[in-house]
Ligand binder design. Sequence first.
Ligand SMILES: NC(=O)c1ccc[n+]([C@@H]2O[C@H](COP(=O)([O-])OP(=O)(O)OC[C@H]3O[C@@H](n4cnc5c(N)ncnc54)[C@H](O)[C@@H]3O)[C@@H](O)[C@H]2O)c1
Length: 476
Amino acid sequence: MTRKEFLQTLGIGAATIAISNLPGASLVQAAEAATPEKPLPKNTERLAFGLPDQEAKVLRPVTAIVIGAGSRGSVYASYSGQYPKALKIVGVADINAVRREQMAQEYNIAPEHRFSDWSEVFRLPKFADAVIIATPDNLHYKPCMQALAAGYDVLLEKPIAQTAKECTDILHQARKYGRLVGVCHVLRYAPYFRALKRVIDEGRVGDIVSIQHLEPVRFHHMAHSYVRGNWHSSKQTTPIIIAKACHDLDIVRWLLGKPCKRVSAFGSLSFFTRKNEPQGAADRCFDCAAEKQCPFSALKIYIREHRYLYVFDALPKDRAAKDAKIAEYLRTTDYGRCVFRCQNDQCDHYVCNLEFEGADGAAASTASLQVEALTSYGGRKTRIMGTKGDIVGDMQTFTLTDFLTGKKYVWDEDISKLPGYEGHAGGDWGIVKDFVLAVAHQDEKYLSSTIDVSVESHVMGFRAEQARLKSKIVNM
Ligand SMILES: NC(=O)c1ccc[n+]([C@@H]2O[C@H](COP(=O)([O-])OP(=O)(O)OC[C@H]3O[C@@H](n4cnc5c(N)ncnc54)[C@H](O)[C@@H]3O)[C@@H](O)[C@H]2O)c1
């Protein structure tokens, strides 16, 4: 996959970067400014925060076992390929032998440390500093509980677990065994969001009164992940407000810096249902008379546009052979199914309203979060309304306007020179870096998304789903 394609799958284009203002920032070194200065309009200043060094500087590499060597596990492991002095992958568990062996060979993992099911890892005495849990959503809880009991620090993919109770169990288990859990709320580690947090914490917009945040999923990403793919069932995984938008709940909570008090929500699965299928539809796109007119066609998405190919193992390099192999997958897996005839139940539009505690007796702040499937664009769109100014951002750049002076401050750095910028605008490797530092120093302050704060934003999501299903305002 090319960089451009990879960015497309993430729903972001070029991205941008700044130095962290979070714990660990003192260890972040500014690299040379990578952005050639673009002219700005009058009365506008550039927020040139600089680029961070993605390498964790530690005395010896932190060692880790990857549980789940799929898409996410591979991204986190790839940090060790770039920075072998920071992280060493010493074990792998995956029930998929192709993925397991690929990772084992890439990181030279000893044969006795290659496992199939996750549980096999814990039959051996502890042999690494940490585990990286990147298994499907329904396989986070048990491996995490066991890893903590076995004395490992954990880098845990989101969602933490499938219920609020399981999330808090993990929090208690981490405390009981005195271990670190870093939750992969990777956006917090993306320079764009760090810059946003920095200007808010510097008081440049005054007190935040309200936030409007949009997560545009993109129509083909919705079809791939939440209609045909791994997250099509809210019961087998988690409702989309958590499965997709726990990042966004977390970001809103983080930017506001206050606890959430109550939640309301609306939304439904309105479009990807049988009643909307075109005339001539069939169970699989290969047999559909309307295939050429369907924007969600599997042939269009996977064969003609070559999107999301990481879900298909062992694809040949040659284009014709590759397309033939993809076609084989489309005839046998859910990825070839008609989007109007899947067993999906995830909402394709979701509106969530959140009320936050006011600081020191001040009035409550509010936020609205929308998760929208039917968009042509991805990324995140955020508007922040403060008492001294406002911010408008789209995950590539943001503009802060000062009400008093009318002056604008633009953050628009080009992060394309940042190693690993392709993964959530630098957030994927950013979290691994801070996790490595946290483990090496045995200090959770290096991490922004610790288990405590991450549980809170997950609970906001579980409450939102209750509110939606019961048509009620739900208190936190
Ligand atoms: N942080 C993010 O932005 C982000 C983005 C996408 C996905 N995720 C989350 O990451 C997790 C992994 O997603 P993914 O896209 O990498 O999925 P994936 O299917 O590519 O990878 C999961 C891997 O786990 C393996 N596995 C399944 N059962 C197993 C078992 N019993 N023991 C060991 N391995 C097993 C599978 O074979 C697969 O290779 C999910 O929980 C997902 O929600 C997070």
